[in-house]
Design a protein around this ligand. Structure first.
Ligand SMILES: [Mn+2]
Length: 320
């Protein structure tokens, strides 16, 4: 629940700010990128202020056509000498996920965070967090309602993209609230088929690579754990998180856990963990990451072989 007090602080800080930056986690997904773009636009619409929306890492091709995509600037293209009265960090999870945008947070006079990740080490002075929200975009929608902001179809489309991304087309809706938000967005004119089709739109090499990776997955512990590996060469073909690999493997009968290891570069392994009604967040925390109960991840500085061995060990303790 967003309180009137939180909205009041938000309102005061934004009203008095001359320079506002927004960012989210590195390598933004649909929720991170679209929540930033939507809130940035809402601030421009309702406060008449220009904002700087930035990201670090790569934006997947399937987000190329979301509204206001061109307003998102790569962090190192932003003048590093700008003053930052208010920085808004969204959907970030843990501090190290913020990446290059962190330097703008470091000099911010006030930090607002808006997030739905489990997080005990918050960076914001005003925290509009809700672990029960399925997406950060859902929190933005609620904020918009409580603050009685005016909005437009671009914001609605962005928030739907955020929600569809993080709920895996509503599969991970934690409660009915997110479905009510989506229903309202459709009534406001969002073309949901368009949103979902656009998100599924990937380069051919990506789909081929993801299916090969799924085909080469290994199975452990009476086939309860699948480990799939994307080496550095394949990683260059990848677009986004490799979600298709996870979705394909998740269809296998009897499988409880999936670990996807992505060799982003030598000795830097991105790990995506999924549990089918089994918790994986504690394992992600042990690897230095975090996330959600059944979907979590980490970036580990080690070799592919070592990370794989570590994961096998961690799951051994969990799978009885
Ligand atoms: Mn999210």
């Amino acid at each position: 629940m967003i309180t009137k007090e939180q909205v009041k602080i938000f309102n005061d800080k934004i009203s008095n700010a001359n320079s506002i930056v927004l960012c989210a986690h590195k390598n933004p997904d649909g929720d991170a990128l679209c929540s930033v773009a939507a809130l940035g636009h809402l601030i421009e619409l309702n406060y008449g202020k220009k904002v700087v929306c930035m990201y670090d890492g790569n934006v997947p091709d399937n987000l190329d056509n979301v509204p206001l995509r061109r307003n998102m600037q790569y962090y190192s293209h932003v003048n590093e000498n700008i003053d930052v009265d208010v920085a808004i960090v969204m959907d970030y999870g843990i501090k190290r996920n913020i990446g290059g945008s962190q330097k703008f947070l470091d000099k911010a006079k006030f930090i607002i965070e808006i997030d739905h990740h489990i997080n005990d080490d918050k960076v914001g002075e005003l925290c509009i967090d809700d672990e029960s929200a399925a997406a950060t975009g859902e929190i933005v929608y609620e904020l918009m309602q409580v603050a009685k902001w005016k909005s437009d179809l671009m914001v609605s489309t962005l928030l739907m993209t955020a929600i569809v991304t993080d709920t895996g087309c509503f599969k991970y809706a934690k409660n009915g609230r997110v479905l009510n938000v989506a229903a309202n967005l459709i009534d406001e004119g969002v073309n949901i088929q368009r949103v979902i089709d656009d998100l599924a739109n990937k380069p051919r090499k990506t789909v081929i690579t993801e299916s090969l990776v799924a085909g080469n997955a290994e199975f452990f512990y009476k086939n309860k754990l699948a480990i799939a590996i994307i080496d550095n060469k394949q990683y260059k073909n990848l677009d986004g998180r490799g979600e298709t690999v996870l979705n394909l493997l998740a269809q296998i009968h009897g499988l409880d856990y999936i670990a996807l290891l992505k060799e982003q570069k030598a000795n830097q392994i991105g790990v995506s963990l999924r549990g089918r009604f089994k918790e994986v967040e504690p394992i992600a925390v042990k690897l230095g990451g975090g996330g959600h109960k059944f979907a979590a991840g980490a970036v580990v500085s080690d070799t592919l072989d070592n990370v794989k061995a570590r994961i096998l060990e961690l799951f051994k303790e969990v799978i009885k």
